[in-house]
Ligand binder design. Sequence first.
Ligand SMILES: Nc1ncnc2c1ncn2[C@@H]1O[C@H](COP(=O)(O)OP(=O)(O)OP(=O)(O)O)[C@@H](O)[C@H]1O
Ligand SMILES: [Mg+2]
Length: 300
Amino acid sequence: MVRNVAELLAELDSEDFYLLSGIEQGMRFSEWVQREKLPKFSGLTPEEVEYRLERCLKRGLIEKKTIQYEGYTLQFEGYDALALRALVERDTIAEFGSPLGVGKESDVYEVKSYKPLALKYHREGYTNFREVHRERDYTSENRHVSWLYTARKAAEREYEVLETLYPDISVPRPIDQNRHAIVMEKMPGVELSRTRLEDDQVLGVLELLCWELTRAYEYGYVHADMSEYNVFVAEDGVTIFDWPQAVSTEHEHAGEFLDRDLTNLVGYFRRKYPRIVPDDLESDAIAAEIAAGSFESIPR
Ligand SMILES: Nc1ncnc2c1ncn2[C@@H]1O[C@H](COP(=O)(O)OP(=O)(O)OP(=O)(O)O)[C@@H](O)[C@H]1O
Ligand SMILES: [Mg+2]
């Protein structure tokens, strides 16, 4: 698990961030950035680089390795610190809170400005990256930036989708994005998977979700990772979140993704509420209606 760097922020100096961002720049060219190149990338003197390297190593923000040369690379903690600092500097975040969710592909924390927000650090590419490293200690230069790049692209993608869909579709309101991090409004409610709906709410909630998916489709997106874990339910409605993998409705397999989304959703409702969901309710038929813009209701 990636450590929370929020409490580190106060003890880091601007020069520490120059060093981190110097390593970040160097990582565009190779995974392990040569020590000799750091003064140029960071704008610091060689003495200052040495001092800052020690401080950042000690705090687990970077990693050192001597292969053919002495090289340095960012840890996810170092990348988190860079993103967090940028978000604090532009006043997106004023206060750091407790974890809201820790996944394989992300860490989500509550943060605050004038209201409660959620900060999601994307971790895509991280697991693969680590596995590859355990297997063979390769020094080839071609796949070096994978996790940094993959995580940032996922955050950019999710932010772009939220900006398109909000507010017409019920998704978390996007606030800001930097590197692999996005800031959005904190959603009210609890995960669908952790709620037990009243019998007379069940089909209504499923219908509401289908309406949201219909409108998202009209706006050009299929979620492509729909499940009871990516929906929040509150008193006044539902919120669909976790959009980085959304595909365009123009995508050649958009129809299959939409089918799968509906299979997951209807399947979940059927398993959890077998007495209420009609046996003849077909997820494929609903998916077809959503794609045609003609979905109206769940027959009951
Ligand atoms: N805007 C938000 N407000 C409140 N909680 C949130 C918000 N966004 C995410 N969370 C919490 O963080 C958890 C993980 O978020 P999300 O599903 O976006 O990430 P993920 O890592 O892709 O999850 P997974 O891969 O397990 O589906 C959610 O299940 C939810 O509990
Ligand atoms: Mg999720």
